[in-house]
Write a protein that binds this ligand. Sequence first.
Ligand code: ACO
Length: 355
Amino acid sequence: MSKNICFIDGLEGVLKYREVDINELVELPYDAVSYLLILGELPEEQELADYSARLHAGREINREVMDIIRMCNFNVDAMEALRTVISFISQFDPDLNDSSPEGNLRKAIRLIAIIPTIVAAYYRVSNGKDPVPPDPSLSHGANFLYMIKGSKPGPLEAELMEKDFILSAEHELNASTFSSRVTASTMSDLYSAVVSGLCTLKGPLHGGARAEVMNMLEEIASPENAEKFVLEKLEKRDKIMGFGHRVYKTYDPRGTIFKQLSKKLAESKGDMHWYETAEAVENVVIRELVEKRGKPIYPNVDFYSGVIYKYLEIPPQLATSIFAIGRVSGWIAHCFDQYEKKKIIRPRAFMLDEC
Ligand code: ACO
């Protein structure tokens, strides 16, 4: 792996996956970005066709997996089911103990392909509906929306889901990627590393923030209520979900793209309500924290993506698992890098003081 998996300039607001800027990446299909992350280079046309074909062929889930999904608790976050099912299916992967690069790539493709189907099947069953089988002719994003809703999405909705997966795919050594890498560093298998990532992503200070943003928008309900809501939160020293970042001390470049996309979606639906409510929250947070107190607290990846999910009528219970659909390619890229190093990650306790 010659190129860095990820580059972030937190002061200038720059993000690159393997030296390609996020503004270019977002125009590609998710499959191409996944290939870039995992195999290190952007694919040629035939390479992308072959990779997509393998991903699309791996989307199906069998009856045993459906049985497990039906046994899950439907009143909790979908991450509970996703983590359980991934842990369950690892036992039946013929390559479970094949740690060669080829064996790991086969497992990687199966994982990336199957996670959206698990999330969608869980969602359908938990709503008393039959699961919708994947459609191999559709892109990663369009197929996911199709499996959730049971009808093919329009072009803008399909494009937004695809871009959401791309923008969520990778972000250097964030908490969940670090967890995955630590697991891989013990030379444990890829399923275990992905389960570690899922467990860490679900926390509300990390991927769980997206669902919290959706709940917050629901609570605020309209732009006129944003001022009071934010001021009361700040008075209590509560965090505003979807704002702030350990690395970015300026606007998160993914936040900028998500903001533009959410506006486009709102306009296309002729309903600016959620966009304007979110923008009102942003204006108060920036006035209070950035302008008055000089703290670099801007919208992060979770804020306007939460707005997009509101328009796509995705419930908050699915938000973190949808984040995982995109992020799994990043976790796997880091695991492959770690497997090559063959070196255990073992920090000393005093390093925690710097975290
Ligand atoms: N709302 C209000 N104040 C904030 C926020 C926020 N969202 N984020 C940071 N601050 C303030 C803190 O209160 C603190 O103020 P103080 O110095 O007066 O005590 C200061 O900014 C520094 O905050 P920390 O929590 O120390 O910053 P840290 O780098 O440790 O945390 C984090 C980053 C976890 C993202 C934090 O900003 C946060 O909790 N945000 C809300 C949750 C969220 O949106 N998480 C998603 C992050 S992106 C991702 O993981 C996919």
